[in-house]
Design a protein around this ligand. Structure first.
Ligand code: PNS
Length: 161
């Protein structure tokens, strides 16, 4: 059983995340889309809101589920009997950070593999921060978000403007 986790902040979950989830769901038997909730980190969307968004998108995939974890990713991975960590790699600047986290996770637990997935070329520039910036100033963000969660995210961003 290849049980994978796709961890992230997902503040909010974008079309780029959705594409990685879709492809990962086709590769692995089960995939947990897990929000790493750090109470000290300020996010725009609460963990409950982000979980709701991810639960909605996971309805598209019978082998995907949403989760929230606190503390070390590796501890959660071991507790849930997960063996693969999936991370998206967009640009070169992502690499140094991902290498460090990936190696630290490998050092803590050698049996868990990190798998990096490349984005679709037309998604390379899409990030949660960019979507929040455009959305708060009333720009068009529907093409950057899964259709099922767009309305909720746009409404929340507009309310903050
Ligand atoms: O989308 P992000 O912000 O790049 O996600 C980062 C996340 C949540 C996956 C990462 O910060 C994480 O795994 N946090 C939990 C703490 C941890 O295990 N850190 C790695 C060891 S240094």
């Amino acid at each position: 059983m290849k049980k994978a986790i796709f961890p992230g902040s997902f503040d909010p979950f974008t079309i780029g995340h959705y594409d990685i989830l879709k492809r990962a769901a086709g590769i692995f038997d089960h995939i947990v889309v897990a929000i790493g909730n750090n109470p000290r980190k300020i996010t725009f969307f609460s963990a409950a809101e982000r979980r709701q968004h991810i639960e909605t998108v996971c309805r598209d995939f019978p082998n995907a589920e949403a989760a929230v974890f606190e503390g070390l990713l590796i501890n959660y991975v071991k507790k849930e009997n997960i063996n693969i960590i999936v991370r998206g790699l967009r640009v070169f600047s992502d690499f140094e950070y991902e290498l460090q986290i990936g190696l630290a996770n490998k050092d803590i637990c050698d049996t868990i593999e990190t798998v990096f997935m490349l984005p679709r070329p037309d998604h390379i520039f899409i990030s949660s921060s960019m979507v929040k910036e455009i959305g708060k100033f009333g720009g068009e963000i529907s093409k950057y978000l899964p259709q099922t969660i767009y309305t909720d995210i746009a409404r929340r961003l507009q309310a903050d403007a």
